[in-house]
Design a protein around this ligand. Structure first.
Ligand code: ASP
Length: 335
């Protein structure tokens, strides 16, 4: 029920507050009111946002940035919290398996220079995000898959372990009774962790990690490790990450779309809404049966978040405050 315990906040644009570490100029304020005391406001940095209600992950990342750690260290260490948390059944250790009972992980990371790394369909290594980072930093490649990714992780010093916990195993065995396979993601049953961060210099990077759709066909890969779909960063514009039914995100190249819409002048909130619109407005879209959510941040430190269904949320750590915001959603006010 923790996702239902949201702070209701329909407007997700962050109005920055000038503090010591602020460097980004937001738009000129046209008039002064009780909340606007200067002609210019600045976003308070560092800033970390993440999909869902993950205060421990955002706190970790923000702490790293606050202590002048690198933005990639912040993102990696932040999402590692969720990868290691066995209670989170959509990421890392404890993730729900595919239909054959194997937990397979997808992850990617992207930095301010447009460099990126990803792993897909990787087994037996908890911290997929660390492997993705190593792919980016230690190889000439962008993506490693399956056994190759696992071998690379082991050669890089990572520990192999069984990722299938008793709880996830038991639930999978219950699922086996009916074996109902439909590629419809339960509206609340997915938790890909996507995280975007801006460091004190104003540079943006992002990370995304998941065990993907529960009981998927063996070999299935979703949007989360696909640069441009699950995650995209353009340090001149902003960044976006996705969660939800990956097939729908891939078909619309969702995160790239959100960033390109921001480049055209849309706010992060408007860009997320239009990207969701591209999915729900497709002919024959089955959107009432699946969830997709986006979060985004622009170079000015404004943020946005939007989904198809209710109960998607974004955690934001900024200015010493770590808060969860319920996202506005397409089906609101629609029968
Ligand atoms: N986007 C993920 C996938 O399709 C699922 C999720 O967000 O939980 O693999």
């Amino acid at each position: 029920m923790k996702r239902r315990n949201f702070i209701k906040n329909a407007s997700l644009s962050s109005v920055g507050v000038a503090v010591g570490s602020s460097i980004l100029n937001c738009a000129e304020n046209k008039k002064e009111d009780s909340t606007t005391t200067t002609s210019k406001t600045k976003a308070s940095l560092p800033l970390v946002i993440a999909t869902w209600n993950v205060p421990n992950a955002t706190a970790k990342a923000w702490g790293v940035l606050q202590n002048n750690g690198s933005v990639l260290d912040a993102l990696e260490q932040g999402v590692m919290i969720e990868e290691a948390d066995e209670k989170n059944q959509s990421v890392g250790k404890g993730g729900r398996p595919d239909r054959d009972g194997n937990v397979t992980l997808d992850a990617c990371i992207m930095n301010k220079d447009g460099d990126c790394g990803a792993v897909v369909y990787m087994q037996n290594i908890t911290h997929a995000i660390s492997v993705a980072r190593k792919v980016m930093e230690d190889t000439p490649h962008v993506m490693l898959a399956g056994k190759g990714a696992e071998q690379f992780a082991v050669k890089s010093g990572m520990k192999q372990e069984n990722l299938l916990t008793e709880k996830s195993k038991k639930e999978w065995e219950e699922w086996l009774v009916e074996k109902e396979y439909k590629p419809i993601i339960n509206i609340e049953n997915h938790d890909t962790i996507g995280m975007l961060a801006i460091d004190k210099n104003g540079d943006i990077s992002g990370a995304c990690t998941t065990s993907g759709l529960a009981y998927k066909i063996a070999g299935r890969v979703g949007d989360s490790p696909i640069i441009g779909s699950g995650l995209f960063i353009d340090n001149e514009v902003g960044g976006a990450v996705a969660t939800g039914l990956g097939e729908e995100v891939v078909k619309t190249v969702g995160s790239f779309l959100v960033v390109e819409l921001m480049r055209q002048g849309k706010s992060p909130q408007e860009a997320c809404e239009e990207a969701i619109g591209r999915i729900v407005n497709k002919p024959n879209s089955n959107y009432k049966n699946f969830q997709v959510g986006y979060i985004a941040v622009n170079k000015q430190g404004e943020t946005g978040s939007y989904s198809i269904h209710e109960w998607f949320s974004m955690t934001k750590y900024q200015d010493g405050k770590n808060e969860n915001y319920q996202s506005d959603y397409y089906l609101k006010d629609k029968a």
